[in-house]
Design a protein around this ligand. Structure first.
Ligand SMILES: [Zn+2]
Length: 277
């Protein structure tokens, strides 16, 4: 493998240099599962080509006309983020973050150690979900970084927890949980298009919303789905009801936010008022 750094100029952006964009309400948290907003020293009407992991990444423009790349940091990212911007290489260091462990007891053992026929179903579902997460459609929801909390209720499980089901290590918690009674209304956190709905082995009844430019919401464990694929929805529209379908110990909404196929902390995109309550 060629050391690309030897061939391109590497620009290191410090956190302090980016603070101005945090003030302008752009997310910036340079940790695994975070989102970084990087000013590109490019302006003009045409967006620069920005590639992260060889795929298109979100670009937005600030009031001064400068282009900014907004990148979801994968939970397993331990090296600097590397972007190709119009063929120029840019690098941003990522800090460690000590996500805590969570141990959960699941009574239905099959939801922890699936049977052979379950594995067939799980891999079919993976093949349905992956293209949604990898999709990139132009046109970004205006409210992409001022999302609504989709259901009323306390946060019951944090993003990024290192998870153990029946003492067996599994993937980290890729979203946040909000506890609410069965049947409580779930609202669209931001404008978008319904990209996929279905009843999935682990996630239960689920709705995928495409907010544009690789930003996807997934709502899981629903008791009822009120939208269908292709529906164009507005922030606050009813999309379904809280339930406990799939691998869930009780009724709650699991909400995943994915940017450039990286699961990120949804709280980074919530309206400030909704982050704590
Ligand atoms: Zn969850």
């Amino acid at each position: 493998m060629i050391n690309m750094k030897a061939f391109f100029t590497t620009l290191l952006f410090s956190l302090s240099a980016l603070a101005v964009y945090a003030e302008a309400d752009l997310p910036h948290h340079a940790i695994p599962g975070g989102i970084v907003s990087i000013t590109l020293d490019q302006s003009g009407a045409t967006a620069p080509t920005v590639l992260f992991q060889n795929k298109s990444a979100m670009t937005i423009q600030n009031a001064q006309g400068e282009w900014i790349a907004v990148i979801g940091v994968p939970l397993d990212q331990s090296s600097p983020i590397e972007l190709a911007v119009n063929d120029k290489k840019i690098s941003l260091p990522i800090n460690d973050f000590p996500y805590e462990e969570q141990h959960i007891e699941i009574k239905e053992k099959r939801k922890v150690n699936p049977q052979k026929n379950d594995m067939t179903r799980i891999s079919h579902e993976y093949n349905q979900m992956t293209p949604v997460y990898k999709s990139f459609n132009d046109g970004l929801a205006n409210n992409w970084n001022s999302m609504l909390k989709p259901v009323d209720g306390p946060y019951s499980s944090a993003f990024g927890l290192k998870r153990f089901f029946n003492d067996q290590a599994r993937k980290p918690h890729s979203g946040i949980d909000i506890a609410a009674p069965e049947g409580a209304p779930i609202k669209a956190p931001a404008d978008g298009t319904i990209a996929l709905t279905g009843d999935f082995f682990f996630n239960g009844n689920s709705v995928f919303i495409d907010h544009g430019q690789g930003l996807i919401s997934m709502m899981c464990h629903l008791s009822r789905i009120d939208v269908k694929e292709g529906d164009v929805i507005k922030q606050g529209d009813l999309i379904g009801a809280v339930g406990k379908t799939g691998r869930a110990t009780g009724p709650h909404l699991h909400w995943t936010v994915s940017l450039n196929n990286a699961r990120v902390n949804p709280k980074l995109l919530l309206k400030k008022d909704d982050q704590l309550k």
